[in-house]
Design a protein around this ligand. Structure first.
Ligand code: BES
Ligand code: MN
Ligand code: ZN
Length: 499
């Protein structure tokens, strides 16, 4: 998809389809007014006859509108004027794309970014428009044998701003939107691939590819032997039952000076989670191919940051492991010594995410991080607590948590904080080792984060549990690319604040 920005008057745009908004009730936006004036009041007359009211969700496609240069005009309902929030803006944009897909237009010029959105400036509206449009147009067809794009499909969208000044002002926002969209797409592609393709080795290869696409990203891959030497026995306890060797991908992006401490992103990369010996029930087990969405989101965030040439130092760590039952698999009760030296009794081999993350967290100490954020499809419990709308957030540093919550709001990719009080810690007590890897039925998301916090004592750390948000189930089953928008927004703000 190609995105650009432009200024100019609606009636003069040569395009397959012009997109303009109508507010409730039957109130033309300035762009629609300009068309109406050029078209001898055609729009006012149609609206008066009741063809459209302006409610969000409505639309009206017109052909051969006189007085304009565009082949079609798509009017999109925008709700009450002066009352638009982020989510309504998103709905309006998404609705316009849904309608455009049906028209056969291969290109369109949209005036929707000129809509006023409460507390959101032009750059936000432009960047978000690209983000929302690209998200809506996403398709995953790698494994469809009839992999042909229909001849007539949307290929180019021009987003309109009022004048030359805004054009200049919004160039960086356009670039950011495009880079973010590319990162989100990468995350979704990796996550949607089946586990027989997307193995730990595949992720490692894709990381190397990412390094070729973005030469500013340095990629190294640690093999099992190196992990063994580092003492990552907790991580390796998960891969020992699998025929697929574990990999630990390390991304390094140096966009700022050496004195600037990096942010470290750690992503859970379980390429398939059977549960191991504590095997999962059969129903919906296919969705456990998505158990590497945390890792995929690190790939996406790294790609977006590199695409934006963001002035920041960033490290990405993605432990990639397959969790299988077998004759060599970990058994409940087995005890391992993690890289930190702390011992762990594995009471449930299905609580494997924390076992690979804890060693990656310890590994991140060497980077002297400004902050470490891990991203993981860690617990079913977070879906019980928050449903599928919010990512669970837990942190040992409240200012970091606040930044991440804010970033999620801004990016339309929200998180919600849960407590990480020490009262929960005793649920992890083990009679045999320093800790158990499960904490019982109560507060499963919190005890999982408590476990991780024991490996994050030396830095500011936050944990994002994306089990509910990383993909949607059902007939449109698909990875969402969350929380890449949140992460990239956080990183954007992080370096704005420093400079
Ligand atoms: N990958 C799962 C978490 C998960 C479950 C994500 C369902 C999305 C949907 C994780 O490895 C897991 O199995 N967690 C267990 C932990 C339990 C054994 C303490 C869970 O949530 O049941
Ligand atoms: Mn599991
Ligand atoms: Zn898992």
């Amino acid at each position: 998809m190609e995105y650009s920005i432009k200024s100019g008057s609606p009636q003069k745009q040569r395009s397959a389809c012009l997109v303009a908004g109508v507010h409730e009730s039957r109130k033309l936006t300035p762009a629609a007014q300009a068309v109406d004036a050029a078209a001898d009041r055609l729009l006012s007359n149609l609206l008066r006859k009741g063809d459209m009211d302006g409610k969000i969700g409505q639309s009206l496609l017109l052909h051969n509108v006189p007085g304009i240069f565009a082949d079609r005009l798509l009017l999109v309902g925008c709700g009450k004027q002066g009352d638009l929030d982020d989510r309504q803006y998103r709905k309006i944009i998404v609705n316009s794309v849904k309608q455009l897909k049906q028209t056969g237009a291969t290109e369109a010029v949209s005036f929707l970014p000129t809509l006023e959105v409460r507390n959101r400036d032009y750059p936000w509206r432009i960047q978000s428009a690209v983000q929302f449009i690209d998200h809506e147009l996403y398709q995953f067809k790698e494994f469809k044998s009839k992999n042909k794009e229909p001849k007539k499909s949307l290929r180019k969208i021009t987003l309109m701003v009022p004048g030359r000044r805004e054009l200049q002002q919004n160039e960086p926002a356009l670039t950011r939107g495009i880079a973010l969209a590319a990162g989100v797409k990468l995350t979704r592609d990796l996550a949607n691939r089946p586990a027989n393709t997307c193995t730990p080795t595949h992720l490692a290869e894709q990381a190397v590819e990412l390094g070729k696409t973005y030469p500013s990203v340095e990629v190294t891959v640690l093999e099992e032997e190196e992990m063994k030497d580092l003492g990552m026995n907790s991580l390796l306890s998960v891969s020992q039952g699998s025929a697929q060797p574990a990999k630990l991908v390390v991304f390094r992006y140096q966009g700022a000076g050496d004195d600037s401490k990096p942010v470290v992103l750690v992503g859970k990369g379980i390429t398939f989670d059977t549960g191991g010996i504590s095997i999962k029930p059969a129903s919906a087990m296919d969705e456990m191919k998505f158990d590497m969405c945390g890792a995929a989101s690190v790939f996406g965030a790294v790609a977006a940051v590199a695409g934006m040439e963001m002035p920041i130092n960033l490290v990405g760590l993605t432990p990639a492991v397959e969790n299988m039952p077998s004759g060599t698999a970990t058994k409940p009760g087995d005890i391992f010594t993690s890289m930190s030296g702390q011992t762990v009794e594995v009471l449930n081999t299905d609580a494997e995410g924390r076992l690979i993350l804890c060693d990656a967290l310890t590994y991140s100490e060497q980077f002297e991080p400004a902050a470490v954020i891990d991203i993981a499809t860690l617990t079913g419990a977070v879906i019980i607590a928050l449903g599928k709308h919010a990512t669970g957030l837990l942190s040992n540093h409240d200012p970091l948590a606040a930044e991440l919550l804010k970033a999620g709001e801004t990016a339309g990719d929200r998180a919600w904080q849960l407590p990480l009080w020490e009262e929960y810690e005793k649920q992890l007590d083990s009679p045999f080792a320093d800790m158990a890897n499960i904490g019982g039925r109560e507060a499963g998301t919190i005890t999982a984060a408590c476990f991780l916090s024991k490996f994050a004592r030396k830095f500011h750390w936050a944990h994002l549990d994306i089990a509910g948000t990383a993909w949607v189930s059902g007939k449109n089953k698909c990875a969402t690319g969350r929380p890449v928008p949140l992460l990239v927004q956080y990183l954007t703000r992080h370096c704005e604040k420093r400079n």
